[in-house]
Structure formats: C-alpha cells, structure tokens
Write a protein that binds this ligand. Structure first.
Ligand code: HEM
Length: 243
C-alpha cells in the first residue's frame, strides 16, 4: 500500500514508470463506481505475487524432486536437450522441439497437482448438470486432482510415466489434463508459467544432474500446503555439475 501511495504522490502522466502508474492513469478518467480503485490495485498485485510466484516455484520444486527420484527420466531429458542443442542455452524459441522434456513436465504437473482445486466460482443462474440441480449462487470448485488421477483417463494413474503423453515421438493430448483449469476463468498466467518452467528446467538439466542427498534413501512424494498450493516435503538435493 505504501508503494501505491508513493506512486500516487509522484505520479506524472507523461512518464508512466510501471504497472502501478498505468493503473493510476486508468483510474483518473473513470466514474465513481469504477473498478479502478486503489483497493483493487492492491488485490491485483497480491494476485500476481501469490498466483504468479508460489505456483511456478512449487512446480519447479516438484520437478527437481521427480528428477532425483527418477534418474532414468532425468537422463532421457538431458540426452534430448544435448542431441538438439549441445551446450548452448535453451531459449523460449526452442519450445515444442523437445517432446520428451515437454511430456516429462506435463507428467510432473499431473502428479504434483500443485492446485488440487480450482478457485471457488459461483453461478449466476440455476443449472442442471447430469441430472443434478445446481441452485443459483452456489459455490463451485472443480476438482482438478480427481481429473488427473481418474483411471478412466489414465492408465495406472499413480505411476510417474512421461511416455503416457507421447505418441510417435509427438505430444499426445489428454482432455483430463488441466493443471491450469479450463473455461473462461482458467489460469491467467499459463503462458508465463510454462515459459518460466521450461526455461529453468531445461537449462538446469543441461548444466546439472540432480541426485538424492543419500543414494539409498528414497524421498517421500507426500505434500504439504504452502499458502495456496501444494509443495513437496522439504528435501535436500545434490546438483552435480555436468560442464
Ligand atoms: C505452474 C504454474 C501455475 C498453475 C498450475 C496455475 C494454476 C491455476 C489454477 C488451477 C487456477 C484456477 C482457475 C479456476 O478457478 O478455474 C489459476 C488461476 C489464476 N492464475 Fe494461475 N497457475 C500457475 C501460474 C500462474 C502465474 C505465473 C500467474 C500470473 C503471473 C497466475 C495467475 C492466475 C490468476 C490471476 C488466476 C485467476 C484467474 C481468474 O480468476 O480469472 N497463475 N491458476
């Protein structure tokens, strides 16, 4: 709030410095009941920090755990990156060229389920869904976890198996895969999250192999809930340099 107040005091319409300035500018021309209020600005920023940072960092946290626990998958990802790009850094322009890496990241998202449920939504009108009446103004949450673990859609859903997302060397879609939810209120940051995860994951694996702290002790895949999303139980990993 202090940051926002400072921005208000020093606002100069000819020199828009950042998102907060842009919001303040939009607020100026608006009527009294506008949604461009300082309170809303505060919550938008909160959304970006919570929804935008913990989600991606927890997914990366899970991905390193999966790599140290499944060294064969880690090696296959590394081989694919090496065959395509040798030692040069992987960039976002390279997306779509590493199917095994993509399949591995999808399988990590499916099993880690960092957002097990969607955000609560409400219906403005009564609806009938498969014979069930859903009264107006109900609170509705989609169960993403159940979709990701449903044996109707996944063969041996508890197994970590990136190959399930591949067919003839290409990504095979599965409509039950929805880590970012679906519909008009699905995750706003999907593209940003995918970019961050792809870049960090590939460039990490290119430079390091992640190993268990103790070779003989398997780490649990149980989870704990951080603010909003699930994270692995704390673990130590050993990044062994490959360069
Ligand atoms: C791996 C990373 C992420 C996952 C798995 C994820 C997942 C989700 C899920 C499941 C929802 C609920 C959608 C619903 O209720 O139907 C959601 C909403 C949202 N996410 Fe993400 N998210 C991720 C990263 C991000 C990032 C990086 C940002 C922003 C920079 C972001 C911003 C939002 C916002 C603003 C909403 C609310 C959208 C709305 O209500 O219209 N998320 N996300």
């Amino acid at each position: 709030m202090k940051e926002i107040e400072d921005h208000e005091k020093t606002f100069d319409g000819d020199n828009i410095r950042d998102f907060v300035d842009l919001f303040i500018q939009a607020k100026h021309g608006e009527s009294e009941n506008s949604l461009f209020t300082l309170d809303n600005l505060f919550y938008v920023i909160l959304d970006l920090f919570i929804a935008g940072s913990e989600t991606t960092s927890n997914t990366l946290n899970w991905s390193l755990l999966f790599m140290q626990e499944y060294p064969d998958v880690q090696m296959k990802c590394q081989q694919e990156i090496e065959e395509k790009y040798g030692g040069r850094s992987v960039t976002w322009a390279d997306r779509g060229t590493l199917p095994f890496v993509d399949a591995t990241l999808m399988e990590i998202q499916r099993l880690s389920n960092i957002a097990e449920m969607s955000i609560p939504h409400t219906n403005e009108n009564e609806a009938i869904l498969r014979g069930f009446r859903i009264p107006k103004d109900s609170i509705i949450q989609a169960n993403i976890y159940s979709s990701h673990m449903d044996p109707l859609y996944w063969d041996e859903p508890r197994q970590f198996n990136p190959e399930r997302f591949l067919q003839d060397g290409k990504i095979k879609k599965n409509k039950a895969f929805m880590p970012f939810s679906i519909g008009p209120r699905m995750c706003l940051g999907e593209n940003l999250a995918k970019m961050e995860i792809f870049l960090i994951f590939t460039n990490f694996l290119q430079r390091f192999t992640f190993k268990r702290e103790n070779d003989d002790i398997r780490h649990s895949f149980d989870c704990i809930f951080e603010q909003l999303t699930s994270a692995p139980l704390p673990y130590k990993t050993r990044p062994i340099s490959r360069v």
